[in-house]
Design a protein around this ligand. Structure first.
Ligand code: F6R
Length: 607
């Protein structure tokens, strides 16, 4: 979603603002802009579309100034055009904003009556007019800012510059993250550490309700009560090399190929390969006493939760409820007293998941989160943390974070089963061994990428694709369909294979590709029967299987993706890889923007 950068430097900084915005492209955006202060005036350049348009604009009409702010906007209120792009400005103040100001209409009407002229359709523009109103009343920039914050309802991270002062940048957060970067006589603001990774790795994170004032030699912080406070400086793990594409044409492909490594890294944090013993970090809860687990997440993270439901119920015999964050938070779900609620979020910043977490907290739940970003808001508001080690995921479609989530959930399942004495020592060793072999098995699957590519190239011109599977692979059918629709824009749906004849089979007509995920195991024969039903109705079947006993089915299916044989437990992790590759190759062959698909944002910080 929207991204923020702010720099208070020594020389002209427009190029550095643009470079910072480049690091934020992965979050998803549809317009961008920068503003600086020079000669006591605000200088602003904005452009619709990709950053290249803004760069051209800045090359044609350069701006001076050693202090400034920049923004990538993902439209919420008002279409993505230049007028709605940030920074918004009056002649006194310029602001960039992430989040949604819910009472902007009231503020707009009030200030409109007092003669303040709004140019855009955005909620964010209310911020600069409100601040200007307080400046007009004679308040200092900081007072005008904090008085305005008191009036704003909703979620925000804001960065501000004032034409009267080329020595200070201000920032504030409530609901949306904001980070301060510490440089050498230079200071920075960013919506995340990635924005600042060209400049510094020394980062302080604002707490909820904080206001910060940056000058060249440091930062002063105030908390939501207006008290001056200190915020720790931590070392960010982001570095520009890590967020480069290397030799890969797209981040998505790079991240798919990183999976053997990052799954190993994730496993190493929970698992001692020498004795195959699993060591979960302390989650602050007695796993032996847990009678129910509630899992809450969005999108791919929700599908990881669905796999965990299958695993935890099957292997640890604990009942699991999985919910979509945006539904859970408003459903007033009854939760067991002192129950365990597990939140899964790659970014750790998803607004709906965070709100759901706060609801669960208000219901005295024990909160554990599974995230990829230690400093994220969700991680910081949790009682216990399962941290995956996927490294920064830049491609908007989740790949490596999803499989690392599965690895952490598999480890959690074993620990829970052992604590509840459902999984004995031998079973625990067997399951742990299966997980420890996942990295090398994925490396084997990646060796077949060319074959998967050639299969994918064959159905890049279709308009519908179905995915079917059963059991723990059913969520992978959902994930495969999500991946394909996200990056290729082909309509695709995942179904539990047994559900087909209750409705979805009506979609089958001659030539519709159906991707069947069918590892050998207790549900194999049943899945194959469902596959026969779609073949009989003209579907073109691509079967992903480890079976070498297809017999005459070999001639009936259109294509086969062969998989290595592994313990059934880890099949959902392995079968994620071909569905990711299919989505990637189909999208590339259709010429889609794989890393930044239309309308999508990486970190969804609005409801
Ligand atoms: C799909 C995808 C999204 C995210 C969802 C939740 O490829 O990436 O569906 O999984 O937006 O994001 P996090 O995990 O950051 O809470």
């Amino acid at each position: 979603m929207c991204g923020i950068i702010g720099i208070i430097g020594k020389n002209d900084i427009s190029d550095r603002l643009l470079n910072g915005l480049k690091n934020l492209e992965y979050r998803g955006y549809d317009s961008a802009g920068i503003a600086t202060i020079h000669d006591k005036e605000i200088h602003r350049r904005r452009a619709e579309g990709k950053l290249i348009n803004l760069s051209h604009e800045v090359s044609k009409h350069p701006i001076k100034g050693s202090l400034g702010i920049g923004h990538t906007r993902w439209a919420t209120h008002g279409v993505p055009n230049e007028t709605n792009a940030h920074p918004h400005a009056t002649n006194m103040v310029a602001a960039v904003h992430n989040g949604i100001i819910e009472n902007f209409q009231t503020i707009k009407e009030e200030l409109g009556l007092l003669g303040y002229k709004f140019q855009s359709d955005t909620d964010s523009e209310a911020i600069v007019h409100l601040i200007s109103y307080y400046l007009d009343k004679g308040l200092s920039p900081k007072e005008a800012f904090s008085n305005s914050l008191n009036r704003l309802e909703g979620a925000y991270a804001i960065a501000l510059i004032f034409s009267s002062n080329c020595e200070k940048i201000y920032g504030a957060r409530s609901g949306s993250p904001l980070a301060v970067g510490w440089g050498d006589n230079e200071m920075f603001l960013g919506s995340d550490a990635a924005a600042l990774s060209n400049e510094t790795t020394n980062i302080s994170y604002l707490e909820e309700g904080d206001l910060v004032e940056l000058s060249r030699d440091g930062a002063n912080f105030w908390n939501k009560l207006g008290e001056e406070v200190k915020r720790d400086i931590v070392e960010s793990k982001f570095n520009p090399i890590q967020i480069g594409k290397g030799n890969f044409p797209h981040y998505m492909l790079k991240e798919i190929y990183e999976q053997p490594t990052v799954i190993g890294d994730t496993l190493n944090t929970f698992f001692n390969p020498a004795d195959s013993e699993i060591k979960l970090p302390s989650l602050g809860v007695n796993l032996a006493k847990i009678s129910k687990v509630t899992i809450v997440a969005c999108g791919s993270s929700y599908y990881a939760g669905l796999v965990a439901k299958f695993w935890i119920e099957r292997y640890a015999r604990v009942s699991v409820e999985v919910d979509i964050s945006s539904e859970f938070r408003y459903r007033e779900t009854p939760l067991p007293k002192d129950g365990l609620t597990l939140f899964i979020s790659q970014s750790g910043e998803t607004a709906d998941t965070l709100a759901a977490l706060r609801y669960a907290k208000s219901q005295s739940q024990h909160i554990v989160s599974l995230v990829n970003v230690r400093e994220s808001t969700i991680a910081r508001e949790s009682d216990g943390l399962l941290l995956i080690n996927a490294g920064p995921e830049i491609g908007v479609a989740s790949t490596k974070a999803f499989t690392c989530q599965l690895v952490a959930l598999a480890v959690f399942t074993i620990s829970l089963g052992v604590s509840k004495k459902i999984i004995d020592k031998n079973e625990s060793k067997k399951l742990s061994k299966a997980i420890s072999e996942v990295s090398s098995k994925i490396a084997d699957i990646l060796q077949d990428d060319l074959q998967i590519k050639s299969i994918s190239d064959n159905f890049s011109d279709v308009s519908n694709v179905l995915y079917i599977a059963r059991g723990s692979e059913y969520p992978i059918a959902l994930e495969g369909a999500l991946k394909l629709k996200e990056v290729s824009y082909i309509h695709s749906e995942g179904f539990a294979a047994g559900e087909l004849k209750h409705g979805p089979i009506a979609l089958i007509e001659k030539g519709v590709p159906v991707i069947v995920i069918a590892p050998e195991g207790p549900l194999y024969e049943k899945t194959i029967s469902n596959m026969q039903e779609v073949i009989a109705r003209g579907a073109k079947v691509i079967i992903i299987t480890d079976s070498d006993k297809l017999g005459d089915l070999d001639k009936k299916v259109w294509k086969i993706v062969s998989m290595p044989k592994v313990d059934n437990f880890v099949n959902p992790i392995l079968y994620s890889i071909p569905v990711q590759l299919i989505a990637y190759h189909v999208a590339v062959s259709r010429g889609a923007d794989v890393d930044q698909p239309r309308n999508l944002a990486k970190s969804v910080t609005v409801e």
